[in-house]
Design a binder for this molecule. Structure first.
Ligand SMILES: Cc1ncc(COP(=O)(O)O)c(C=O)c1O
Length: 399
């Protein structure tokens, strides 16, 4: 049986057209874009084209507002460090409790080692930001606010444009980690107040190890990587030309197909959710039902363990991901689900299915077929269940 890949928020398959576009830049067109000869000029003009393709996908006003980086993680680090360095009189940073570690671990570091006051704004049970807490945290010391556009685990979308306006009222800069949003929601940066935005190529069928940071014209920027004059002196280092050209192609393909693909992906995601929830008891969909990425669902299966579900899914050729992470010997459920106050017994059994434009209805139906038997099998072994009458039921002793 063909494998089914429903882990597209972790990474996506590089589109074959993207691979084709990249290939010549590993061989005959290997020049350095900065060189003043034909080898370099060819690459330079391909890079300019790729930058314009990405500009179109994110609706940036100017192509030079894009800085290519090594990925979402670098873009996030560059944005936060730049805002703090450019505004040393402001020493506070606001973010949310549900950001990716590429934001939260830097926030922890800044707080512990660099004297920055960090506010981690909570979310409600559906993962929506507590706007009152955000308003309260903003003050004349806030250098930067960074809220993700869309959550990688639940798909919940934050109203980033409005959040940026609030930041500006307090004189702070606004950055958004849009790694999961680009290609999955329409983005038109020129009509927003967002100052900086991070994205990552491998989440939209481009190559890994490449990302970009959008920095609005006029926003003061302090480079994370100082070196050569590449990226207008804002990110030193010879450009990763094949990857940038690949991302440009992925951006073209995404822009051309998005309008038709997104409703189709959302319909498949809804079919998957409904099919599973209908057949399996004691499980629920997490996140904001009204405002969510079209491709993402995290379903919490109560009283069993996510890693075990993943292993059994994997045996049937189905790839998904778990909300819990086995780190340092302890089974810690996801910080996102904990911040949403999802009970421990449910957060532990949370599984994320993330679809792509390549997902088919037949695949979704195979997953709907497979999941109920897996859940039954695990619940039968679970100490949190009793098996009276052959049917698994929750043992109230553990409530
Ligand atoms: C929301 C979010 N931010 C940042 C990253 C990191 O991106 P990269 O892998 O390109 O460093 C990810 C990747 O999972 C992500 O989901």
């Amino acid at each position: 049986m063909d494998p089914i890949y429903l882990d597209n928020n972790a990474t996506t398959r590089v589109f074959p057209e993207v691979v084709q576009e990249m290939l010549p830049f590993f061989s005959e067109q290997f020049g350095n874009a900065s060189s003043i000869h034909a080898f370099g000029e060819d690459v330079g003009s391909a890079l300019r084209k790729a930058r314009r393709s990405l500009q179109a996908l994110i609706g940036a006003e100017f192509d030079h507002e894009i800085i290519f980086t090594s990925g979402g993680t670098e873009s996030n680090n560059a944005a936060i460090r730049s805002a703090l360095a450019a505004n040393p009189q402001r020493t506070e940073f606001i973010t949310s409790a549900v950001e990716h570690p590429a934001i939260l671990s830097l926030a922890d570091w800044l707080e512990k080692h660099e004297g920055i006051t960090v506010h981690r704004i909570p979310v409600d049970k559906e993962g929506r930001l507590d706007i009152d807490a955000y308003r309260e945290a903003l003050n004349s010391k806030t250098a930067l606010v960074s809220f993700m556009w869309a959550n990688n685990e639940t798909g919940t979308i934050f109203p980033v444009d409005g959040l940026a306006e609030l930041a500006h009222e307090a004189g702070a800069l606004f950055h958004t980690d849009a790694v999961q949003a680009v290609g999955k929601v329409p983005i038109d940066l020129k009509s927003t107040e967002i100052d900086m935005m991070s994205l990552s190529s491998h989440k939209l069928h481009g190559p890994k190890g490449l990302g970009a940071l959008y920095v609005r014209k006029g926003v003061r920027f302090r480079p994370l990587l100082r070196g050569g004059h590449q990226e207008r002196g804002r990110r030193g280092g010879t450009e990763n030309a094949p990857a940038i050209i690949g991302l440009g192609k992925a951006a073209d393909l995404t822009l051309a197909t998005m309008a038709g693909d997104l409703p189709r992906i959302a319909a498949l995601r809804d079919r998957l959710e409904e099919g599973i929830v209908e057949k399996v008891g004691h499980c629920f969909v997490t996140g904001d039902a009204r405002d969510r990425l079209p491709n993402t669902t995290t379903i919490a299966f109560e009283y069993i363990e996510g890693e075990a579900i993943l292993m059994l899914l994997n045996k049937q050729g189905i790839a998904a991901s778990s909300g819990s992470a086995c780190t340092s010997g302890s089974l810690e459920p996801s910080h996102v689900l904990r911040a949403m106050d999802i009970p421990f017994t449910a957060a532990h059994g949370a599984i994320r299915f993330s679809l792509s434009r390549e997902t088919t209805e037949a695949e979704v139906d195979r997953v709907i077929e497979a999941v109920p038997a897996i859940i039954d099998q695990l619940r039968e072994m679970s100490p949190f269940w009793s098996n009276e009458g052959g049917k698994a039921e929750f043992n109230p002793e553990y409530a």
